[in-house]
Design a protein around this ligand. Sequence first.
Ligand SMILES: Nc1ncnc2c1ncn2[C@@H]1O[C@H](COP(=O)(O)OP(=O)(O)OP(=O)(O)O)[C@@H](O)[C@H]1O
Length: 268
Amino acid sequence: MSETSEPVIEARGLHFRAGASHILRGIDLTVEHGEVVALLGANGSGKSTLVKSLVGINVLSEGTVRLLGRPLGPGRRGATVDWGRIGYVPQRAGAAGGIPSTAQEVVASGLLHGRRLRLPRGWRDRVGAALEQVGLADRVHDPVHLLSGGQQQRILIARALVREPDLLVLDEPVAGVDMASQEAFAATMARLVDGGLTVLVVLHELGELEPLVTRAVVLRHGKVVHDGAPPPARHDHDRAGHRHQHPHADDNALDSAESRALDLEVRP
Ligand SMILES: Nc1ncnc2c1ncn2[C@@H]1O[C@H](COP(=O)(O)OP(=O)(O)OP(=O)(O)O)[C@@H](O)[C@H]1O
């Protein structure tokens, strides 16, 4: 848990341009300690671009980001983000990357960051514990490229968890992961959130994480169009008594998550 009372994420006026495309168009986002914020929106709305910008993979065209009270990029006195306290799970990249590393090696790489180029004492136990959390403790010495896509995704989650982070940023962490593993992942998240973890997670459906999500931020064409209560679960939306009132004029442009989030705004 962080000692600072500053927000865990404080992003102001973010713009990201790539060539002629203006992808993030003025995003403000604040995430406080202990929040679990779901980032929702249609395909191409800018969710991955936003999280990559927040963790420093994309270089912003404009705007400022502070993570755990430190500025992204060199601060005035050289203070920069403490990456050892932040875990990031990229969108379905596969964990193998063509290199025949073992599960243990890939997860251990999560303990290296910034200037830390040596594994800390007790790293094997920490890696074992992280693999246990994603249900892959028995695959510790297996080459990652021989694991299934869903198992590789769980390896990436373990690589983020092994840092015992204060902030976890996840980009569709359970896409392609079977239901039993999604439930196990949600249970692990619930335990960590109880312990004070803050989470920003890109999702298409709240799914098993729904009970944990405290707030939803919906993007559309690179702007925030909703920041507040999470959308109701699908079973609620589909209930016979539910009045389905949101405008349908351009429904084709909305995915189900965005549509349900917007539904909140017209609910009495
Ligand atoms: N570096 C880049 N160069 C050019 N275009 C980019 C770049 N990064 C992202 N884009 C474009 O920006 C738009 C937003 O992409 P992004 O991956 O952020 O969407 P998303 O909301 O995460 O979508 P999905 O739900 O499909 O994962 C897309 O049209 C994408 O092609």
